[in-house]
Design a protein. Structure first.
Lengths: 795, 226
């Protein structure tokens, strides 16, 4: 029987090639979207699930208020791990991690390695990063030991085994390689190429609550311990605040525990890498589902529309003894066959599109995932689901008709016509919604890219440097600045695109303390980045001498610059601020006030910032270059660098590109929305196209008669498009308020954002209408232009 | 075999009832060959459909093999129908997407006949009616007469006791029509199949044992040809 169903289904699909093609195309597109988004979501949900003890690992985050604002960060001091382990029996082990770029060298090979991790010796026993060689217990049990990944072993040592050999770190010290770790999967929040012992850090010698530069993880004895331990920690920290830190008034600090597996999607604070967001996952899932629904709606609409042509068959089958159920199964198997074919086509398309999708979504998903057994199983389930979603209604309607009525007059789908209209409205509502969302996202992104940031990010090179270059800092900078094409050079700790350093600043006048971000700079940075001084003057020769990095200890003085927000927080005007004494560790005078600039992503308002001169902390050199012959300039810079810096390769980035990378999440969202709203509108139009085709067939005679009575082609087009256009207009009225609500919600996450303008809605509506009208007319024109005599004769 | 007592069929239109059948009382014995005549709209098809259990009367009693048809459950009725009744239509109503072979096989599928049994039953019929050579053709590749032949074979495949034919020769030329009529006669004589046909043609009606004349939903008179 089943074979029989499929045979008939196949013949039907072959016979109605246009409908089959449209249905297949639609379903395949919908399923492809689902599939790609599906594996993306699966990948996101699989984050950090590779650890055997993963359900017992928590990340510790720090919440504090030192005077003016509550601050939360995933960074903690060195004390948290050891102290909690000693004090709370629920804690089995702790791991503190610091990621810090280092230059590694093996003979003449030299690279700057960004994924260089300092970790406590428990690292490999708490986390399940498998060691291919070496023992988890001893690989990091002392200083100067190094574990490298398989990929890095290949990079430095080729086919030779690196265990027992050593690598020079930072141009100074040899580290013994004690193990090889498997390459870290992409869906891990902890990424590393190299791990060395935490005891190599000077900071490890002392336990401090402050100087929060480390991510701390705890391994608990039981996953149920999280809540009781959280409560204990809060109590304990109250004691610490009172007894040990002597915090008063509103000042306090405490720690929170987050399950490891929830960090990636649910945590507010980024750790080593930007987190994703569960909302984003929901939005994507919704988009995928909507696309699939649109495709299913096309199928439902076309099947019911087409069913008139099948009334004779169904009626006859009933006369021959077929029951309701037989007919229902027959039509469902037809839908199933089609959806099965669509799934296969979708799988092929997805395999083909995966690289593009990766680019769009900023992922590195592998093709293997698409053909993995569970994916295939999911696809079979999906095809059944689609078959029922798309085929159940037509199958139900077709199977439940009264034989005698079907045989006499065919199907009269009064109910189905209403449903068809509702479904068209539904499809176009989704399309218009997505179009509006896309326009707004693109506008906001363009705004972010073009927003005046208060500093100049174009034509600025970023060169990473380190402590070992300090002695020749000024000479190197001068040499680089002298390269033709370089306009100026300046150094700082972090990039102005995102300053994370959080600190406290105390007024030397009244002792008022505020929370600030802090940026150590050299004397040329303000000029190089084009920061605008609105009061005071640039750093003087005296300031420079005071901050000479080679003079240690007491003779080193800080000279400060504040931004407008900091001045305001301290209760001064810019003019008043100049010359005042402030302290961030060391006391110094305020030399100047700079105009506010955006040193954090535009989600956040501009916070108080203190700039202070300390070249010792310079990690990045910024070179402003002119736009002529950039290649030659880069070449010359590399040459100069090689002559002077032996222990570091010449590596550079462009500041504007680093800025753009801040909005990677938004950019991939824009990409996804653009793609899928295009797909949605195309699918909706495909459905409209087919329905018009069907309506034309049905109305051939009517149109013939109307033409004989004197109707023009335009009259005919109006006649047939009127009904559909009405539906699109209803869709516009449904989608617009929903879209307005949604984009406002999204824009709320930005402090700096565009105003949504009314023309966006008009444009989206007109665009949709235009596409719909063109679609209908393309199809209708054919009939409208036909010779009416011919139409009538064939009828 | 069939007993109709006071069968009425009407359609409500506003407050009026439009009667299609009025007080039909009829007895059909097993092995009869009966022709139903009357102008268009006289209720022939409706009567056939009611007897064929495709339609229900508004009022009245219908006994099939002494069982009250409309007192039965739908499922029982369906079983009765599948077992005993075959339909032949004026416009053949072959399923376009199925081959001759598959069209003939279709009723067996719905009766749950096993595949091997189906094959031999269909093969027998193809052989008996000399259409083996046409078994893989689709309906649109056949002439009208051939299509109706397939329609009749399909009605016969499940060995029904009653064949209901609604103007079976209406779309055929007279030569083809005669062949079909002779076939009916042969089935009736040799296999003892009860036949009830609706027809416009006196000539075709004459093949039957008895002719019933319908007008405006009522039986005008019956006559038995000499």
């Amino acid at each position: 029987m089943l074979r029989n169903y499929f045979k008939i289904a196949l013949r039907h699909l072959q016979k109605n090639k246009l409908y089959t093609l449209i249905n297949l195309l639609g379903l395949a597109t919908g399923i492809t979207g689902c599939l790609l988004i599906g594996i993306y979501i699966w990948h996101e949900l699989s984050y950090d699930r590779m650890h055997d003890k993963g359900d017992r690992i928590v990340r510790v985050t720090w919440e504090y208020n030192f005077g003016d604002a509550e601050t939360k960060t995933a960074m903690t001091g060195t004390r948290v791990g050891p102290e909690f382990s000693r004090r709370f029996p629920e804690t089995e082990a702790y791991v503190r991690l610091l990621k810090y770029p280092r230059v590694l060298a093996l003979e003449d090979k030299m690279f700057e390695e960004k994924n260089f991790l300092y970790a406590d010796s428990t690292f490999f026993s708490v986390f399940s990063f498998p060691l291919l060689e070496g023992s988890p217990a001893t690989a990091l049990d002392g200083p100067d030991k190094l574990v490298i990944t398989q990929a890095m072993a290949r990079k430095y040592f080729g086919d030779q085994s690196p265990v027992g050999k050593s690598l020079k770190v930072g141009g100074q010290k040899d580290f013994l390689i004690t193990g090889i770790a498997a390459d870290v999967p992409e869906n891990s929040q902890i990424q590393f190429d190299f791990v060395v012992s935490f005891s190599n850090l000077r900071a490890s010698k002392e336990e401090k609550w402050s100087e929060a530069n480390y991510v701390t993880y705890l391994l608990l004895n039981d996953k149920a311990s999280i809540e009781p331990l959280q409560a204990k920690i809060e109590n304990y920290m109250k004691e610490v605040n009172r007894e040990e830190l002597k915090l008063e008034g509103n000042n306090y600090m405490t720690y929170h525990l987050e399950p490891l597996t929830e960090v990636h999607l649910h945590a507010q604070q980024d750790g080593f890498e930007p987190n994703s967001n569960i909302t984003y996952i929901y939005v994507l899932a919704a988009v995928a589902l909507l696309i699939l629904l649109i495709a299913c709606v096309n199928y439902t609409n076309l099947s019911t529309a087409q069913s008139a042509g099948r009334s004779a068959e169904i009626g006859m089958r009933k006369v021959l003894g077929a029951g309701k159920r037989d007919i229902f199964y027959q039509f469902i198997s037809e839908a199933f066959l089609l959806s099965l074919i669509a799934v296969v086509v979708a799988l092929l398309i997805a395999l083909m599109l995966l690289p593009h999708f990766n680019q769009l979504a900023g992922k590195e998903l592998q093709r293997e995932v698409l053909v993995a057994p569970y994916t295939l199983l999911a696809l079979v389930v999906l095809s059944v689901l689609v078959a029922f979603l798309a085929g159940a209604y037509p199958a139900f309607v077709l199977s439940s008709g009264k034989v005698i009525r079907i045989l006499k007059s065919g199907f009269s789908f009064t109910g189905a016509a209403g449903l068809r209209q509702a479904l068209i409205v539904f499809q176009f509502s989704i399309s218009i919604f997505l179009i509006i969302a896309t326009i707004v996202i693109l506008q906001q992104l363009a705004y972010l890219q073009s927003k005046e940031l208060g500093y100049n990010k174009n034509q600025v090179l970023v060169l990473p440097m380190d402590y070992a270059m300090l002695e020749q800092y000024d000479q190197l900078k001068a040499a680089l600045a002298a390269v033709p094409g370089v306009i100026s050079a300046g150094g700082a700790y972090e990039e102005p695109t995102h300053i994370d350093w959080s600190d406290g600043l105390t007024s030397g006048e009244d002792g008022k303390r505020i929370t600030v971000n802090a940026l150590p700079v050299d004397e040329d940075l303000v000029n190089t980045l084009g920061l605008e001084i609105i009061a005071g003057e640039p750093y003087t020769l005296g300031d420079i001498q005071q901050a000479d990095p080679l003079k240690w200890g007491d003779t080193l003085r800080y000279t400060y610059m504040l931004n407008e927000a900091a001045v305001k927080a301290l209760g001064w005007t810019p003019e008043e601020a100049v010359g005042k004494r402030v302290a961030k560790g060391r006391e110094g005078i305020v030399r100047a006030v700079v105009k506010d600039f955006h040193f954090r992503p535009l989600h956040e308002p501009i916070a108080p910032l203190v700039i202070f001169m300390d070249k010792r902390l310079t990690v990045n050199l910024f070179l402003k270059i002119n736009s002529e012959n950039t290649a030659a300039t880069l070449n010359n810079l590399a040459q100069t660098w090689k002559e002077r810096v032996a222990h570091r390769p010449f590596e550079y980035q462009f500041l504007d590109e680093n800025y753009a990378a801040l909005y990677k999440a938004e950019q991939s969202m824009a990409g996804v929305f653009t793609t899928f709203s295009t797909v949605a509108i195309l699918l909706a139009c495909l459905g409209l196209f087919a329905l018009t085709a069907y309506a034309m067939v049905r109305r051939t005679k009517e149109i013939g008669i109307r033409k004989v009575l004197g109707a023009t082609v335009a009259d005919i087009l109006t006649l047939v498009s009127k009904d559909f256009i009405k539906l699109v207009i209803i869709a516009i009225f449904i989608a617009t308020p929903l879209a307005l609500f949604a984009v406002h919600r999204w824009l709320e996450s930005f402090t700096y954002k565009i105003d949504v303008e009314w023309w966006v809605f008009i444009a989206a509506s007109l665009l949709t209408l235009l596409i719909a009208v063109v679609t209908i007319c393309l199809q209708a024109l054919k009939t409208a232009l036909n010779n009416p005599v011919k139409n009538l004769r064939t009828e | 075999m069939i007993k109709l007592n006071g069968i009425y069929k009407w359609y409500q239109s506003g407050i009026n009832r439009n009667f299609v059948l009025k007080d039909i009382n009829l007895n059909i014995e097993e092995g009869a060959f009966i022709s139903l005549m009357g102008p268009s709209g006289s209720g022939k098809s409706t009567l056939l459909n009611i007897i064929g259990m495709l339609d229900e009367p508004s009022e009245g009693e219908y006994l099939f093999l002494d069982q009250s048809v409309f007192a039965m459950k739908e499922r029982q009725r369906k079983e009765l129908y599948k077992q005993y009744i075959g339909f032949v239509f004026q416009s053949y109503h072959l399923i376009d997407e199925l081959t001759v072979y598959e069209n003939i096989e279709a009723p067996l599928l719905y009766q749950g006949v096993k595949s091997s049994e189906r094959r031999s039953m269909v093969a027998d019929m193809l052989d008996r009616f000399s259409i083996v050579g046409k078994k893989d053709l689709f309906p649109n590749q056949l002439s009208g007469g051939q299509q109706q032949l397939v329609g009749i074979v399909r009605a016969l495949i499940a060995k029904p006791k009653l064949i209901l034919a609604d103007e079976p020769t209406g779309n055929l030329n007279s030569a083809q029509g005669d062949e079909i009529m002779q076939l009916f006669q042969q089935l009736n004589r040799e296999d003892g199949v009860t036949i009830l046909q609706a027809t416009h043609s006196e000539k075709n009606a004459a093949y039957g044992h008895r002719t019933i004349h319908l007008l405006d939903g009522q039986i005008q008179h019956q006559h038995v040809p000499l």
